[in-house]
Design a protein around this ligand. Structure first.
Ligand code: X5A
Ligand code: ZN
Length: 667
């Protein structure tokens, strides 16, 4: 179904079209003030058409969607469904300077104030100082009304005059910051309201739900360190490719200092998210945390650009989805809910969704929700990531969130579907991050394009593992030796104490092995003459017989005992050129080593053989164990090599001992 059609059908189904519109005209507005401990009743609607008195005066394709008709058509539609007369009308007022300064600086307030008397030329110039903002001579007045309308709503709800309500305001607020207008927003209506409610009513826990399709970074900044305000936002993110293009919009921005755990970001990495994705985010992220938080008041940054048909959001949620979202939130904070308009640029979708919200606040029966109830894979991934990031802070998430097991960065993204579904394929570290990282080294090598791309893959996955966003990972790299040098440096900078590095194949690594921060095992075909074995450098001479399956004796009899003796906090397996081990041997190694370092393994493969990548990915993610075939004993040559090494190294790595011959107590 095309989106226009879907919207029309959803309207028809829920009795919000002219043909079938049947409204409850009997219900009288409830205007009595109740100051009892019982739940207040009634729904406030706050709107003044003065807030339509500013508009864009020049050509600006980024801003031209923010039009006065947004308010006019929403209010018209509310009248059309006879919802206005069922609400309690509360007049707007101006927010005072003192109230505005609960969030903004006086310098910024003065700048906004000064736009009142500006000509078009001057207005343009001020606007250019900010991202996606336009000023009009009436902007200041409207922005003060938007703040005041929001505070009137908070007062109506907190005083018990009404149970809940909605304020239809322009300009929106959630992008604006202490010193800046941003994204059509001038004063941060909702952030001001939260500060105001804390002060005036002594509230200790306020929940802000931002269902606008953009990240309300302005709100996040204000409350980042404040555990008394829980901020939840979902937003179109597309791996940071969508406005406002901020790293801090990702799921790992959980808050700072005392505010850790009180900032919940659900980044949508694909467009087209719909009813089931939004509900899933509520069920699995917002609602469990909100019920644990026990808010005393809920403020909704109620943007409808997350709805179907919106040119900004490109999402698919139908208007009745907002009824359900509203309904869930009404079960918290004793029903004290204030919805404040933010974005929403498809006039029909916007106004229908506003109506759905108000209808639900008025406690009409809920509309049925359209579509197959199955969230998409990308949505589930985002949800899993937020739950993982917040696991340390919320009991409801603590014991049950499995971390992303395996992260993968592969050369050909087209091969991604060949990996187990549980493997998360990484975007590269972004170019800026990489540059900053690499510039810290000042090495000739990284000037080469190829080496740089290789590094990207390896570091992206390594970073995930170090930050415990993934348990283990796999990265393809065309120049493994270079990547490994950088990776190890990164590990040590991160504070790792012991890295076990197993190199399979011929590779020249310029590494300093003396301090024991790294143990290198090289499994190679030919005897390396120049390097002699030492405690931290072990060369295992091995030729795998294609007919046999004889790597068990090396893994069990030598590699594992040494690894367990060393007790690494990370393992890196590097598969280089001329590897002396087959796919099975490498997979076996990968499987068995997971007992160490809390399973933190990075496998770097210099070889784009997809069968190898696949098999290792399976071993890491645990979806299946490799099939080793029938047991075959190792060759005499191999057995002797293991014995030789064991004799040589069992003084250093005591887990190698399996015989009392030559045993010296205490040695
Ligand atoms: C309130 C709101 C969006 C700004 C988009 C700028 N702002 N590209 O939805
Ligand atoms: Zn928006």
């Amino acid at each position: 179904m095309r989106e226009a059609e879907l919207l029309r059908v959803s309207l028809r189904i829920h009795g919000l079209t002219k043909e079938t519109g049947r409204e409850n005209k009997e219900a009288a507005p409830q205007q009595r003030y109740k100051d009892s401990p019982a739940m207040a009743s009634g729904t406030a609607l706050i709107y003044d058409d003065e807030m339509t008195s500013y508009k864009l005066l020049w050509d600006d394709p980024e801003c031209d969607i923010e039009v006065p008709e947004r308010l006019l058509s929403s209010y018209e539609q509310l009248k059309h469904y006879h919802l206005v007369e069922r609400c309690i009308h509360v007049p707007v007022r101006e927010g005072t300077e003192e109230e505005i300064m609960l969030v903004h600086s006086s310098e910024y307030l003065e700048v906004v104030k000064s736009t009142q008397t500006m000509n078009e030329e001057e207005l343009r110039r001020v606007s250019e100082n900010y991202d996606a903002v336009y000023f009009h001579p009436n902007t200041y007045r409207c922005a003060k009304l938007a703040v005041g309308a929001t505070l009137q709503l908070v007062d109506s709800v907190m005083s018990g005059k009404v149970r809940n309500g909605m304020a239809l305001v322009r300009p929106p607020g959630h992008h604006s910051q202490r010193n800046a207008a941003n994204g059509f927003c001038v004063f941060n209506n909702v952030a001001i309201a939260a500060q105001y409610a804390k002060r005036r009513y002594g509230l200790q826990r306020i929940l802000i739900v931002d269902w606008d399709v953009h990240h309300g970074q302005g709100v996040q900044y204000v409350f980042e360190e404040d555990p008394s305000v829980l901020y939840y936002s979902w937003h179109r993110y597309e791996h940071q490719q969508f406005w406002p293009l901020l790293r801090e919009s990702d799921y790992d921005a959980v808050g700072q200092g005392k505010g850790k755990g009180f900032n919940l970001n659900v980044p949508w990495n694909k467009v087209g998210m719909g009813n089931s994705d939004y509900l899933a985010a509520f069920f699995h992220v917002l609602l469990p945390v909100a019920f644990e938080f026990v808010p005393e008041l809920i403020l909704v940054s109620s943007g409808y650009d997350s709805g179907i048909g919106d040119p900004e959001g490109q999402m698919n949620a139908t208007p009745e989805c907002f009824a359900h979202l509203t309904h869930f939130l009404m079960q918290l904070a004793n029903g004290r809910l204030c919805a404040v308009l933010e974005g929403g640029y498809h006039l029909k979708s916007l106004s229908e969704s506003v109506c759905m919200t108000v209808k639900t606040l008025l406690r009409d029966p809920l509309p049925q929700i359209a579509g197959e109830m199955a969230p998409c894979l990308s949505a589930i991934e985002s949800i899993q990531n937020v739950r993982g990031a917040h696991k340390p802070y919320w009991k409801c998430l603590m014991y049950e969130v499995p971390p992303v097991k395996t992260a993968a960065a592969i050369v050909s993204k087209a091969d991604a579907h060949l990996l187990p579904v549980s493997v998360q394929v990484e975007m590269e570290m972004n170019a800026q991050e990489l540059k900053t990282f690499v510039s810290a080294f000042d090495v000739e090598l990284v000037k080469e394009e190829k080496a740089l791309l290789s590094l990207q893959n390896v570091l992206a996955v390594l970073d995930k593992i170090l930050k415990k966003k993934a348990c283990n990972g796999i990265a393809e790299s065309s120049v493994a030796s270079v990547s490994i040098t950088f990776a190890l440096k990164h590990c040590f900078d991160f504070g790792l104490q012991r890295v076990l590095c197993i190199v399979v194949g011929d590779m020249d690594l310029e590494l300093d092995l003396d301090d024991g921060k790294m143990l290198l095992m090289n499994i190679c075909q030919k005897q390396q003459t120049e390097k002699t074995n030492s405690k931290y450098y072990i060369s295992l001479n091995w030729k795998e017989d294609a007919e046999r399956n004889n790597f068990f004796c090396a893994v069990l009899g030598f590699i594992l005992p040494v690894a367990y003796s060393y007790q690494p906090d990370l393992m890196i397996i590097v598969i280089g050129p001329n590897r002396s081990l087959g796919v099975n041997g490498i997979s076996l190694l990968t499987c068995l080593l997971q007992g160490l370092a809390e399973s933190r393994i990075l496998v770097v493969i210099q070889d784009t053989e997809i069968k190898l990548v696949q098999s290792v990915a399976k071993a890491l993610s645990g979806v299946s164990t490799p099939d080793f075939g029938a047991y075959t004993p190792a060759s005499q040559e191999n057995v002797l090599e293991i014995k030789r090494l064991r004799d040589q190294l069992q003084q250093e790595w005591k887990m190698l001992r399996c015989s009392v011959r030559n045993w010296v107590s205490g040695s």
